[in-house]
Design a protein around this ligand. Sequence first.
Ligand SMILES: [Zn+2]
Length: 282
Amino acid sequence: MPELPEVEITARRLDTAVRGVAVESALAPGMNVMKTFEPPLEALAGREISGIRRIGKMPVVEFGGELSLLVHLMSAGRLQVYEKRASMRDRRSRILVRLADGRELRLREFGTKQRAWAKLLPAGEVEREEYVATLGPEAWPAPPLEELAGRIDQPRHLHPMLRDQRVIAGIGRSWVDEILWEARLSPFKQGSELEPDEVERLHAALPVLGEAIERYEEEIGETVPDKLPMPLQVHRREGTPCPRCGTTLAAVHFAEHSTTYCPNEQTGGRVLKDRRLSRLLK
Ligand SMILES: [Zn+2]
């Protein structure tokens, strides 16, 4: 799942690749992918791509300061540039922006479900769009400590709350594990229960996102691969030693995701109940 660092490097590489290139035509083979109808995608024909940027976990393609294509990749979408046009039989294609130089900017989605969506908006309306307008501050660069403290002062578990884009924007299932491990905080601690020094540790852990972007800058060439070499230390590494203290990492599994943590440093030595297992045993 692309999160802030992955979408940031994608936007940077795409921006370098297609900025200044004209659009020949655009279409959406994906069912229901477009959540706006006016202006239509065809309105992109003849316009120039003026830049690609990122808001939270969403890439935004700008067309000449007039139109913006806001893309929500959901869990399995990828936005990439291809040298050749897609076969219309490619069932992963959701949006095809055909470029005048023969290349194609393509939104594809892996897996069976069609969840990714996009909106074509007048450029000035992106920040007012419902989803964008309700986003919390960007997780990178980290917001001021006081702002973070205010945002998370809620009786909610840290693991789901930090992934709530309205609380803080850019964090998903992978990086939340890394951030909580860096901060030595339990995923099931409530935001409103944190002591000031714990909030400080959480704040100090957010720059792992920027460090990941730096790694990507060094390791990724002109094209972002389908699977990024994510520099994760604990996420999905249950059963292996904690890179810091050597304790065996544990995980709690939910229906669609899991959280990995160090029982020694994050949960006071306790191995948390597996939610999936405990539901089956009821
Ligand atoms: Zn540890």
